[in-house]
Structure formats: C-alpha cells, structure tokens
Write a new protein. Structure first.
Length: 437
C-alpha cells in the first residue's frame, strides 16, 4: 500500500489529485470545529468533557460526523444524511418500477438517481437538524451535564431556524466536497470523507483508554487494544477479500465474418456481500425504541423496560437482538442487492453458461443456492465483529468510544482497500512499460 502511494506521488497528475484530496480533507476537518450561530461554545465544551465516553444514543452518528455532532458545528450532521438517502434510494429501486427503469438506462439514469439522492439528502438534513436543535434546546443531548439546558441560550424561533439552515447548508457543503473528491481527486469521495470522520476519533479514544487504565500507567491496556485492533484489521481484510468465484463460459458466435465469445470468466460472490449496511441498519433500529423512551413523558412500564434492557450495550437482551438483527439484515440486503434471475437472464442473452448448469432458471436457482450458503458465514462474521465493543466494555472496562468497533473497522478497511485499488488502477493506466518490453 505504501509503495502504491509513493509511486502515485512520483506521477505528476496523480500527485495533483492526491494533494487536492488532502486539501479537501483539511477543509472538511476545519468545518467540523466551527460552531453554528446560537450555540454557547463554552457550555458545549463543558458538556463534551463531562460526557466523554458516555455518548449514549448519539454515539454512532457522532462517530460518522467525526465528533462534530456533539460539538454542534456546521458539519454536525456530517455525511450521515447522504448515506441514509443513498440506502433509501437503493431500497426503493427494487420497489418502484420507475427507479428500476432509470437504473437500467446506464449513465443518464444513474445521474438522475444521484440527483434524487441529493434532494433527499437535503430533506433528511432539515429533518435531522431540526431534531438535533430540539434535543440540544431541551438538554437531552447531554442528559448528565449540569449546564445542558444552557447550550442554546436564545430559544427564539428565528435562532432555531438559523441553526437548522446552517446545519443543512453544512450537509450540502459536505456532499459537494465529496463529489469534488470523486470528480477531481482520487475518487470515491463520500467514502473517503466517512473514512476521515471515523479515523479522526481514534487518537482521542485510544488516549482515553490509556488514561483509564491501571496497569503500568495504562500502557498495558493501550498496547492490548492496539494489538487487538491489528488482529481485527487482518481478519477483516481476509474476510473482505474472500469470494466464491463461479466460473462462466461464453459460447462462440459468428457475426458476419468475425467470431465473438468463446471466453471464460467468473462471477465473484463476496463472503460479506452486504458490507457494513446490516450493522448500520441494526444499530439504527435498536436506537429507535430508546430514543422514543427518552423523549416520552411519564414513567410507564415499557419505558422502564427499554431503559433497562435496550440502552446498555453489555445487556444480554441488547446483545442478542443486535446479533439477530445483523444476521437478518445481511440476508435482507443481499436479497435486494443481488438478483440471481437478472444475472441468469443476462448470461443467457449473451450466450454465457455455468459449466454443468443449464441456462435460464436452473442457473438462477444455482446462484441463489450458492449465495445463501456464503451469506451465512458472512452474516455471522458481521455479528461477531459488531460485538467487539461489547466484549471490550466487559473485558477492559472501556468506554462506549472503543475505537476498534465493528462498524468503524469495517468501514475503514473497506474504504482503504477500495482507495488503494483505485490508485493502483490509475497507476496501471499510466505505466505501459510491461507492454513495450
């Protein structure tokens, strides 16, 4: 990986792309520290220090925003509204025929779906910004802070609208920065911004573990966490690269005087076909009852049950539900993102077949059978990786900010591998030495 970056910096046009990407990252990180109007910055910092390691319901969103959510800055919502909008559009593509037809139109249809994603991102940013401002005004954002009710001193309607507009504009700017990296940088802009947001929280989280440790001044715990993180990264890389290659052969076809086809290829089915989406879905779904209970009045029985069982990451009921939801969403997302019948029809249309399997329906049934078999280990792997922070809470008495959590490791490793592949592919396009020898 380091060799690829060194070769990229020696290539003039790639060096410009890398420096441009670094400049955008600097702008993004600066924006995560600029507070929005109407917020008492001193009180916010006081509450952040008091709530360190106990972010509760907002921990996941705060991680995706690079710590900007609890700071209530202009980039407080981060890239999360765009991620949510992209997932919603991807799910609706299977349900709405119009979106499915756009997806099949190629580049023009993809551009239209991207435009819809931008509109939905702005709408979600307005909704989430309003919810965040209302939470900050009520003091629920930092429930254990002594000055939580003084974070937004002026609670006039004009101030509230200004805060929501600033957050929405910040989300639009983040979306624009990501597209700039995609167009003029090294590509994969949104994922790189997500990578930077998560990686930015690592140093403070690691140092907090060192400060909380008791063995050799905390260095034993610190070194153990680093070792566990390296082992996890290695395991995640191994599984993320694992795939089941289904061989496909194409029959020769004569068109005029030319012969086409006759080649052999394969269909790569990844063990973790769903990526990190099931973990995000499961986390978001488990946050809903806790969020409703937090804002509901009274002291009813269901509210007490939710607060006792679904707000603590180390509770057995929470762990069981979390694991089962991840497995369920892994199968659900694979089912809607990979259509065996469509793949079988495309193969049949172009004269392709799997050796030993008849074209058409038998091919679709075979692909579905193989996909279900490899999704089981993939879903169990996701569930076990996602439970690492819970095991850290029990074993090391770490905070909810445990840096090498399942979601963060999966995203960082996935984006890192994809970025390196893109840089290597761009290097291969500019290096023709092997063809000239």
């Amino acid at each position: 990986m380091l060799t690829a970056f060194a070769r990229a910096f020696r290539t003039p046009d790639l060096r410009k792309k890398l420096l441009f990407t670094l400049a955008i990252i600097v702008v993004y990180r600066v924006g995560t520290h600029v507070p929005i109007p109407g917020v008492n910055y001193k009180n916010v910092q006081t509450c952040v220090r008091e709530a360190s390691g106990n972010q509760g319901l907002f921990g996941l969103v705060n991680m995706f925003s690079g710590g900007a959510l609890l700071q209530i800055t202009i980039f407080a919502l981060g890239i999360m509204p765009y991620i949510t909008a992209s997932i919603i559009l991807q799910l609706l593509t299977v349900v709405i025929p119009r979106l499915e037809a756009l997806k099949k139109e190629g580049q023009a249809g993809t551009a239209k779906i991207t435009q819809y994603t931008r509109y939905l991102t702005v709408a979600l940013a307005i909704l989430q910004g309003t919810g965040l401002v209302a939470t900050a005004r009520s003091g629920a954002l930092f429930s254990t802070c002594s000055v939580a009710n003084q974070i937004v001193p002026d609670q006039a309607i004009f101030t509230t609208i200004t805060m929501v507009i600033c957050m929405t504009a910040g989300t639009a700017v983040v979306m624009w920065l990501g597209e700039l990296i995609t167009d003029r940088g090294i590509g994969n802009g949104m994922s790189i911004l997500m990578f930077i947001s998560i990686a930015a929280t690592f140093p403070s989280a690691l140092w907090a573990i060192k400060k909380q440790g008791s063995l050799a001044g905390g260095w034993i715990e610190f070194g153990t966490v680093i070792l566990v993180g390296l082992v996890m990264v290695g395991l995640v890389v191994f599984v993320e690269q694992a795939q089941r290659r289904i061989p496909v052969q194409y029959a020769k076809r004569m068109i005029g005087r030319r012969s086409y086809g006759g080649t052999s290829t394969y269909i790569p089915l990844k063990v973790n076909q769903a990526g990190v989406i099931p973990v995000i879905f499961a986390s978001s779904l488990l946050y809903i009852p806790a969020l409703v209970a937090q804002f509901s009045g009274g002291n009813s029985g269901w509210k007490q049950w939710v607060q006792n069982n679904l707000t603590k990451g180390d509770h057995p009921i929470y762990i069981t539900l979390y694991f089962l939801l991840i497995v369920f969403f892994a199968f659900f997302y694979v089912a809607i993102s990979f259509n065996p019948e469509e793949v079988a029809d495309n193969m049949k249309k172009y004269g392709g077949f799997i050796p030993g399997i008849r074209a058409g329906r038998p091919t679709a049934e075979y692909l579905s059978y193989v996909l279900n078999r490899i999704t089981w280990p993939g879903s169990l792997y996701l569930g076990l990786i996602a439970l690492v922070p819970t095991m850290a809470l029990v074993g090391f008495n770490a905070s909810n900010n445990f840096p090498f959590g399942g979601t963060s490791i999966l995203i960082i490793v996935g984006v890192g591998l994809e970025t390196v592949k893109q840089i290597e592919s761009q290097l291969q396009q500019r290096n023709y030495e092997g063809f000239l020898r």
